[in-house]
Design a protein around this ligand. Sequence first.
Ligand code: PGA
Ligand code: ZN
Length: 427
Amino acid sequence: MNEITDVRAREIIDCRGWPTVQVDVWVDGIMAGRADVPQGRSTGTHEARVLHDGGNRYFGQGVRQAVSNAMGEIAEAVLGMDVTEQRRIDQVMCELDGTPNKNRLGANAILGVSLAVARAGAEVCGLPLYRYINPLSRVLPVPLMNCLNGGKLTANELEIQEFIIMPVGAESYAHALQITTEINEALRELVIEKYGILATNTGDEGGFATPMRGIWEPFEFMQRACEAAGYRAGFGDDIVYGMDCASTHWFDKDRDVYVLDDTDYDRDALIDLYKQVADKYPLGSMEDPLDEDDIDGFVKVTAELPQTQIVGDDLFVTNVERLKLGVDIGAANAMLFKVNQIGSLSEALDAAAFAYRHGYGVQVSERSGETEDPLISDLVVALDSGQIKTGMPVRGERTAKHNRLLLIEEELGTTATYAGHSFHRPG
Ligand code: PGA
Ligand code: ZN
C-alpha cells in the first residue's frame, strides 16, 4: 500500500554551519527517504518564508520550530497517505499551512517533507529519483561554473555575484568537468600572478574570491584562462560565458541607480554596459541583470541581447504566478529553478512546466547554503532542463552534485545526451 507510517525531522547544518531541516519519511514501517533543505543568502524578497526560531540560539537562525512542525502538524496530516501521491501530499501541506508564502508552518518544514516523500516514493518503486519523476529522462546538463565569486557569497568588493564559464562544447558531463578544472587551474595561476596566493581562497560556491572590481576584469581573466588551458570561447566553440549579476543586491532603490565599481548607472546605462560585454565576449547566459521588481527593464534587456539567455531568479522565485507576469510581456526567457524558493516539489515542477510551455528555459540551481544532499542533480535530469548551476567542482556540498551527475550519466549510458550548445532548450 506504500503508506506513510512516520515522519521524522531534525536540525542539521548547511555548508556555512547554519541550521537547516532534514526529514525522513517512513513507509510501511521502514525508513524510505531522506532529504535536506537548502537555503539562500542572496535571497529574493518574494521567496517563500524560511521559518527561523528567533531568540539567542544561532543568532535566531535555529529551525527547531520548523522541525517540530514537520514532525507534528504536517506528519499528522500525511500519515496514512500513499507516498507515491506526491501532488496530493504537497497540496495537503499547502492547505494545512493556509498562507500564500508558507508563513505559518515554514517553507523549510514543508519542502523537507515534500522532498523526502519524493525520495521515499522512488525507493518503494525501486527507481532512481530522476527516473521516478520522469521515466524518459535523458539529458545531462551543461554546468554553469561560477569561477569568480562576488556579491553576498564572498568577502570581496566585486558587486556582480558570479562570473561563469559554461563548457558547452564538451562531449559529456564528465568531459565538462575536466574542461572546467583545466581552465580553473589556469585561472588560479593568473590570479596568483596578479593578486598573490591569498586571492585564490574561494567563496561560498567554490569560485575564487579575488579583489577584482567591475565587470571587465573578470571577463579578461576568464578569457585568458581559457586560452591558457587551450580552449576557445565563442558561440559554437568550447566555452560560452555567463553571469549572475544578482543586481537587486547592488541596486540603490532610494536613488534608483545601480552602483558598480563606484560608478552610478541608471537602468539604460547598465543595459548598455551589458551590451558592450556581449559584443566583446560570447555571453551565453545572464541572470538577474536588473532589480527583482523591474520587470519592464527585463523586457528591454531580453530584447536588446538576443544572443544571451536572460534568467530570472529573484525576479521569478520559482513561482508560477510571478512567472506568468513575465511570460505575458516577454521579460527574460528562462527561469531559475530553486525548490526552496516556492517550498514544495509539485509547485516547483509546475513552474518549470509552465516555463517550458511558453518557450522559456529552466536552469536548475543550488542555493549558496547547501548540504551534501545531491537531490537537484536528479531533478535537473528529470526535467531534461539542459543546465545546472551548482558551483565549482570543489567543496563537498558542490562535488556531491557533480559526482551524482557522473553516476547518472553512467547509468543512462548510451541513452544519455549532453545538452551542450542547446542548453537553453534541449530538443
Ligand atoms: P543564494 O545565491 O542561494 O544565496 O540565493 C544564489 C543565487 O543568487 O543564484
Ligand atoms: Zn541568482
